[in-house]
Design a protein around this ligand. Structure first.
Ligand SMILES: [Mn+2]
Length: 291
């Protein structure tokens, strides 16, 4: 074939527009988990994996902070887990799929889906500690009659792990109802503390010898940067604060998996929430390969 003047691009919807040819060599597995069953305000989480994959195809892979560029050969996109309409069955299926992937010795990057997925991905990957970026605490014992939901999943997880193994970053929205239902005493930093750098009290929490999981609810960001989420909450963090936090505290940890969740494309009218979600995934890939 003679060389062509123009660039051509297949819209095959593999993460980042990659060729997906190197499963054996890949360090990172991308999995979509389009769970969309317990949302109570702005739903449509099921469309997020498609949109975030497409957004990743339209931004550069090189990292400003790490001066590295994750390569095509480092990433393999498995596609989306097919889920039914029963929440508890879906959560079991997600956990079992993660258990299966855990044996592959690769780092699993999941694209939600509602935040409820994190209960199952964490349990399936058998991580030891979790860093949750979220505007909310998700610690209710029940919400709208559901024991498992996007507002209760962390309470359920705390029935399986110690409270000392949880850190929430960016939390700013709670209620008397959530507090009065006796939530465990979880370590967290709010956006005002992050901005003023009064966060010395968390620096000893990070341990090099533990297996960490990172969960990013996109509502941790200010709605100016991430408007297309299920439950937007003003006064969130900026992308710069988020990426600085990762490089300062998280970059040297042993990370076994992470997820990006709660994007709702029908409410993401400019598409910028999906672009930021794609950037978060790529930056974490670059952070891990730079370690
Ligand atoms: Mn949230």
């Amino acid at each position: 074939m003679t060389s062509k003047k123009f660039l051509y691009f297949h819209q095959h919807n593999i993460f980042g527009g990659l060729s997906n040819k190197n499963y054996e060599e890949a360090k990172f597995l991308v999995v979509g988990i389009p769970l969309d069953l317990s949302g109570t305000y702005r739903t449509g989480y099921r469309f997020a994996p498609i949109h975030i994959r497409q957004a990743a195809a339209q931004i550069e892979f090189k990292s400003l902070r790490y001066n590295r560029e994750v390569s095509e050969r480092d990433i393999f996109d498995l596609g989306d887990i097919i889920l039914g309409s029963n929440l508890e069955t879906s959560l079991k299926d997600i956990k079992n799929s993660m258990l299966e992937l855990k044996g592959e010795e690769k780092i699993v990057a999941t694209i939600g889906g509602e935040h409820t997925i994190t209960y199952s991905t964490f349990m399936g990957l058998e991580a030891e500690r979790i860093i949750v970026f979220d505007a909310h605490f998700d610690l209710r014992n029940e919400y709208a009659g559901m024991r498992f939901s996007h507002a209760t999943w962390l309470r359920r997880l705390l029935e399986n792990i110690n409270v000392e193994d949880v850190l929430i970053v960016g939390a700013r929205a709670t209620s008397i109802d959530e507090i009065s239902s006796n939530p465990p005493n979880v370590l967290y930093v709010n956006p005002l503390q992050l901005r003023s750098e009064e966060i010395n009290f968390i620096k000893d929490w990070f341990k090099r010898d533990k297996k960490y999981y990172i969960s990013i609810d996109m509502d941790c960001f200010d709605p100016a940067y991430a408007p297309g989420v299920g439950n937007p909450e003003p006064e969130g963090i900026t992308p710069t604060v988020f990426f600085d936090f990762l490089s300062k505290y998280v970059s040297q940890l042993n990370i076994v998996g992470f997820d990006v969740n709660e994007v709702v494309p029908p409410y993401d009218l400019s598409g910028i929430t999906s672009v930021l979600a794609a950037k978060v995934i790529l930056e974490i890939f670059n952070m891990i390969i730079s370690k």
